[in-house]
Design a protein around this ligand. Sequence first.
Ligand SMILES: NC(=O)c1ccc[n+]([C@@H]2O[C@H](COP(=O)([O-])OP(=O)(O)OC[C@H]3O[C@@H](n4cnc5c(N)ncnc54)[C@H](OP(=O)(O)O)[C@@H]3O)[C@@H](O)[C@H]2O)c1
Length: 284
Amino acid sequence: MKVLVTGAGGQLGRDLVAAFEGWEVVAADRGRLDVGDRDQVLGAITATNPDVVVHAAAWTAVDACESDADRAWRVNALGTRHVADGCARVGAYLCAVSTDYVFDGTSAVPYTEWDATNPLSVYGRSKLGGEREALGLAPGASVVRTSWLCGAGGANFVRTMVRLAAEGDGTVPVVDDQHGCPTFTADLAGMLRRVAAARLPGLFHVTNGGSTTWYGLARETFAAAGADPDRVVPITTAELDPPRPARRPPRSVLDNAALRLSGLPLLPDHREPLERLVKELLGG
Ligand SMILES: NC(=O)c1ccc[n+]([C@@H]2O[C@H](COP(=O)([O-])OP(=O)(O)OC[C@H]3O[C@@H](n4cnc5c(N)ncnc54)[C@H](OP(=O)(O)O)[C@@H]3O)[C@@H](O)[C@H]2O)c1
């Protein structure tokens, strides 16, 4: 079996390349494959003729997307159109990765795959556009929505908190009014392999278990790093200085309903992989 991974140099992409051990892996990072370039994408997919394409490439700079919407649409929506078109041409199964930011976060209960979307940001709107391209163009494709990604191969919240925990003993203000499910890329990559191997069609929510706030995750990270969690102090999003250009959903907890109702295994609680990642980041 052959898999082509887009965005292979990214945080999730690196773990995807590792997760598909035993398959022939075409690791297409941005230098090799710009998904916004239709000819390049169609050329790469037809030349490699993969069984599966896992599409992890995206412009993920959520705040920067607000001031360069064209780039967000080009990469996240049009880029996914190109990938889906390529998959349709060679009969490859497409699994495209998407985000909790397609929701507005006003629901008091976790979002299922069948709930209405209403993105608050350019990033969220462009990713929703990409979802429609994937599901509309590539027969039998899947879209896997995930949230709050953390992994050993990227700049992310946990990495920042591990650094701050080690720096002095001052307090660290962190927002406590955004709720979500931290998800660890090694776990997610394993589930994406499973979904791809079974060629499951449709929308899936895939997150680690246990929702929290950024404040809660910061406290857990400090504790795992052997620092005093009380150094983390809660603030509201409105108190962020400077304010962030992109609006975030206040409560974008994803119910992994499609997996759960199909009787498929769910990812473990996020505290398990958090411990492992913190140890790895500390070089332990
Ligand atoms: N990070 C999160 O919290 C989060 C949450 C939910 C969903 N997701 C989704 O999960 C997927 C993986 O995210 P991640 O955290 O691994 O992000 P990431 O580390 O930013 O990886 C995305 C990769 O896509 C590449 N890329 C950007 N523009 C491209 C283009 N035009 N053509 C080809 N590749 C391009 C980036 O390359 P450069 O670095 O060189 O630009 C990067 O290597 C994305 O689809 C993202 O939308 C992420």
